[in-house]
Design a protein around this ligand. Structure first.
Ligand SMILES: C[S@@+](CC[C@H](N)C(=O)[O-])C[C@H]1O[C@@H](n2cnc3c(N)ncnc32)[C@H](O)[C@@H]1O
Length: 269
């Protein structure tokens, strides 16, 4: 695929999927889209763009392909253990009604993991937990509380599973008691406004294909959305380069703390 073909695909995807690929690493995206074009049987970029415009199934497959919805409960167990033993107790001590956001929540497994964990360590806590994702189909599954296949539920301990999951219709569902603790809504992290005053933001395994400029801008926005001292929890294989540029200091693997003196936050280029 050459630059002008990529420009044409970007334009078509922006128009029909409302997804702006300018925010993504172009080399990787061109390579991935090349593979996807053959997968849907298109023999030219014009044919591919025509399919995007005319075929809802291709649009759905393309959205799945671009957003990658893979998720599971308590993903990166080691980091969830740190969340349970250190991060959440500290947050709950400072604020008995913490505001928590799973940004790029997919089907909701991450947001529900935290809801279960809080109910386990501090039963009755009235945390306000939010999950957002660009993919409307994932938001619908998250709101329904499932179904989650075995592979996505494998890290849920036996005791949490007994209390907070039910098995039916070929999958696991989150019980209404936990479902009612999380509010899900559609949101594009790259273009939409963010809420503020969060104690904890989780943005994990979402930014892999974002360009460096998009990641910087996003981390800047997360920093502004956290309370001073609030925590950003990222994916097990991710790091933030120069966290101090966006007002964070590293606080253990996968955790970054917003500095208490937010005056240091710089604008993204
Ligand atoms: C690989 S899943 C990660 C889910 C969960 N955070 C986890 O770690 O298990 C990435 C999710 O990010 C969402 N996503 C990708 N780009 C996004 C954007 N610009 N705004 C909001 N969500 C986005 C995708 O739709 C997908 O559901």
């Amino acid at each position: 695929m050459n630059e002008s073909e990529y420009r044409k695909i970007k334009f078509t995807i922006n128009k029909h999927l409302d997804l702006n690929l300018e925010f993504y690493k172009s080399n990787q995206m061109m390579r991935r889209l090349g593979g996807f074009t053959s997968r849907v049987g298109a023999t030219s970029i014009d044919e591919f763009c025509g399919l995007i415009a005319s075929d809802a199934k291709v649009r759905e497959m393309l959205m799945d392909f671009l957003t990658i919805n893979v998720t599971e409960f308590f993903r990166d167990k080691r980091h969830f253990d740190a969340l349970r033993s250190k991060v959440l107790p500290e947050i709950l001590q400072k604020n008995p009604r913490p505001r928590i956001w799973s940004a790029g929540s997919s089907k909701g497994a991450e947001a529900y993991s935290v809801a279960m964990m809080i109910e386990e360590i501090a039963p009755g806590t009235k945390a306000r937990i939010f999950g957002t994702d660009i993919d409307a189909r994932m938001i619908a599954l998250a709101r329904a509380g499932g179904p989650y296949p075995d592979a996505e539920a494998k890290n849920i301990t036996e005791s949490l599973r007994r209390k907070f999951m039910e098995q039916r219709d070929g999958g696991y569902f989150v019980v209404p008691e936990i479902r009612s603790k999380v509010v899900f809504k559609e949101q594009n992290l790259l273009t939409d406004e963010f809420d503020r005053n969060f104690d904890l933001i989780m943005c994990r395994n979402v930014v892999i294909y974002f360009s460096d400029a998009a990641k910087l801008e996003l981390n800047n926005k997360f920093s502004k959305s956290l309370k001073p001292g609030g925590i950003l929890f990222i994916g097990g294989t991710e790091t933030i380069l120069n966290p101090q540029d966006v007002g964070f200091e590293r606080d253990g693997a996968a955790f970054y703390r917003k500095e208490n003196t937010p005056g240091r936050i710089r604008q993204a280029a």
